[in-house]
Write a protein that binds this ligand. Structure first.
Ligand code: SAM
Length: 259
C-alpha cells in the first residue's frame, strides 16, 4: 500500500505536480514563479474567492487563466487527498477483478490518475477523459480528450469503468450522475470519490445513482479518513455497478468500512 502511494507520488512529480507541498513552500514557490507583488495579489484574490464564491473551483480557474504551471501549483495544495483516494481505488480494483477495455475519467484535469490506472491494467485500455477546463494538457497521447462539461458529453462508445476523483462539487452531482448513466456500458462499474460531507448528502447521492440504474456495492465501498488542516476529513469512495433491479439502500457513513 505504501509502495503504491510512493508510485503515485513519484508519478505526480513527473507530471509537474508537488505532492509533498507544505503551506510555506507553496507561498515560496508562488513568489518565485510570479514575483512578490503578483503572488501576493493572486493569493489575496484566491482568499476572496474561497470566502465568497459557491463555485470556487471555476472562479479560481478563471483567475489562473491559461497558465497550466500555476494551475498545477494551486492543485498541488490538495493533491495529497487525491493520492490517498487513488490508492484506495486501486484496493477496490484488486478486489473487483475487472478487466476493462475502456476507462473513462470524469473531471480528470490532465489525466494523471487515468494514466496510472492504465499502467495498473498493463496499458491495455482505451482511455477517455472529460474535462471542461481546456488549459490542462493531457499527460498521454493515448487519451481521447473531451473538453466538454458533463452536461454536454454524450457518446455511443460506452466505458466499462468510469471513475471520478473530486470531479464535481455537490451542486454538480446531478449532471455527473446523468453523464455516467449515458456513458456506462451494460455491465460497467462506476467508482465515485467525491466531497460528500454528511449522511444527508450521501443519501441524496445514492438516490440519484439508484434512479440512474446504478446498483450500490456497499461491501466494496468505504470511506477514507485523512488528516487535514482543520482536523480529520473523510472521503467516501462509492462503488456501483450497472444494475437491473436497483433499489435505493439506506446508508450512513457509520455503515461504510474504513479504507
Ligand atoms: C478538484 S478537480 C480534481 C482533478 C483530478 N481528478 C484530481 O483529483 O487531481 C475537479 C476537476 O473536474 C473538472 N470539472 C468540474 N465540473 C465539471 C463538469 N461539469 N464538466 C467537466 N469537468 C468538470 C474541473 O475543471 C476540475 O479539473
Amino acid at each position: 500500500m505504501e509502495d503504491s502511494k510512493q508510485w503515485i507520488n513519484e508519478s505526480l512529480k513527473k507530471f509537474g505536480f508537488y505532492p509533498e507541498l507544505t503551506s510555506p513552500n507553496y507561498i515560496k514557490l508562488m513568489k518565485a514563479k510570479k514575483g512578490l507583488a503578483k503572488a501576493n495579489s493572486f493569493l489575496d484574490q484566491v482568499d476572496m474567492i474561497l470566502a465568497n464564491s459557491r463555485d470556487q473551483e471555476t472562479e479560481i480557474a478563471k483567475l489562473i487563466g491559461e497558465d497550466e504551471e500555476l494551475l498545477k501549483l494551486v492543485y498541488s495544495t490538495g493533491i495529497r487527498y487525491s493520492v490517498h483516494v487513488l490508492n484506495s481505488i486501486l484496493d477496490v480494483l484488486d478486489d473487483l477483478e475487472v478487466d476493462p477495455a475502456h476507462i473513462l475519467e470524469l473531471g480528470a484535469a490532465n489525466g494523471w490518475a487515468l494514466s496510472l490506472l492504465d499502467e495498473y491494467f498493463d496499458n491495455s485500455c482505451k482511455l477517455t477523459l472529460v474535462e471542461k477546463n481546456r488549459v490542462w494538457k493531457a499527460v498521454s497521447p493515448k487519451f481521447n480528450v473531451v473538453n466538454l462539461s458533463y452536461e454536454e458529453y454524450d457518446t455511443d462508445t460506452k466505458a466499462d469503468l468510469i471513475f471520478t476523483i473530486f470531479g464535481a462539487p455537490y451542486f454538480g452531482f446531478e449532471e455527473l450522475v446523468a453523464c455516467v448513466d449515458r456513458a456506462l456500458s451494460a455491465h460497467g462499474y462506476f467508482i465515485a470519490a467525491l466531497r460528500i460531507p454528511d449522511d444527508l448528502m450521501l443519501s441524496n447521492f445514492l438516490k440519484l445513482c439508484a434512479t440512474a440504474g446504478l446498483e450500490f456495492d456497499s461491501k466494496r465501498s468505504g470511506q477514507l479518513t485523512v488528516k487535514a488542516p482543520h482536523g480529520l476529513e473523510r472521503f467516501p469512495i462509492l462503488v456501483f455497478k450497472r444494475g437491473t433491479s436497483v433499489e435505493e439502500e439506506p446508508v450512513v457513513f457509520d455503515l461504510l468500512r474504513e479504507f
